[in-house]
Write a protein that binds this ligand. Structure first.
Ligand code: SAH
Length: 241
């Protein structure tokens, strides 16, 4: 398993070109306006939101080429429990070859993200309102995505059941996590096995201004998902695999 520590304080300053930075700053502004109407994020200060929501969404970009050694013209990405649009929107803005879909159970949040998408005229973002336990059985979404992401949605064992059914065979699942998840990781081993997912990489990164170190857990789906997963709404959380 690869284990890499890359410091975002270093690479974002050096690798972000000025037009991308301007687009992301525009997202920060528009998001904060929506966040005044609806509680999408506790990070209300522009600088805090920039670091904790926008920069925090981007580290996956530095691993994509390595994770897909055979370059594709486009990648289908699904962000589960996207809430106010993280990591969905920064990823969509940074890479027009990602065809992004955001899913959330709360219609008000999906509507807010939809307004942000219109304000920024993003053409590579679609949104779905629904519970992943139900949406996962729609043939147009089941096992259709190259990349499935989730940040701040559930513990790993629950996430694996909610997310794996959407990934195509050999697709990846990417979970945003804090550094203190040893117990959570231990408790996720049986779920990973049942869902045919293998942890292939832990990508550590560090955000500036005291936000500290965080990590992406990246799984590859190595077997098709059994048709009994995910179980009914609420069961993955109540009785984790
Ligand atoms: N990813 C965002 C929001 C996290 S809050 C961020 O990091 O800022 C978690 C979100 O997950 C909530 O908006 C909630 O509605 C959604 N959610 C939780 N369980 C879900 C499920 N089973 N299906 C769809 N959305 C779900």
């Amino acid at each position: 398993m690869m284990d890499s520590l890359i410091r975002t304080t270093y690479y974002f300053i050096h690798l972000m070109d000025s037009s991308l930075k301007a687009r992301l700053e525009q997202l920060n502004e528009v998001f904060l306006l929506e966040n005044q109407k609806l509680n999408l994020s506790s990070l209300r200060d522009p600088k805090q939101c920039w670091i904790g929501n926008i920069l925090d969404s981007l580290p996956l970009l530095h691993r994509l080429d390595a994770l897909f050694p055979i370059k594709q013209e486009s990648y289908a990405l699904l962000d589960i429990g996207t809430g106010g649009g993280f990591p969905l929107l920064p990823l969509a803005i940074a890479r027009s070859d990602l065809h992004c879909t955001g899913l959330d159970a709360t219609r008000k949040k999906v509507d807010a993200v939809d307004r942000i998408v219109s304000a920024l005229a993003l053409t590579n973002v679609k949104l779905i309102t629904g519970r992943s336990e139900e949406v996962a059985y729609k043939p147009q979404y089941r096992q259709q995505f190259d990349i499935v992401t989730a940040r701040a949605v559930a513990p790993l064992n629950v996430l694996l059941e909610l997310c794996a059914p959407f990934a195509r065979l050999n697709g990846i699942l990417v979970f945003w996590k804090s550094m203190h998840i040893a117990d959570e990781q231990r408790a996720s081993l049986s779920a990973a096995k049942a869902l045919g997912c293998e942890l292939v990489e832990t990508h550590r990164y560090e955000l500036p201004e005291g936000f500290g170190e965080r990590q992406l857990l990246i799984y590859r789906k190595t077997a098709p998902t059994d048709r009994r997963y995910p179980r009914d709404v609420g069961i993955p959380k109540k009785e984790p695999l």
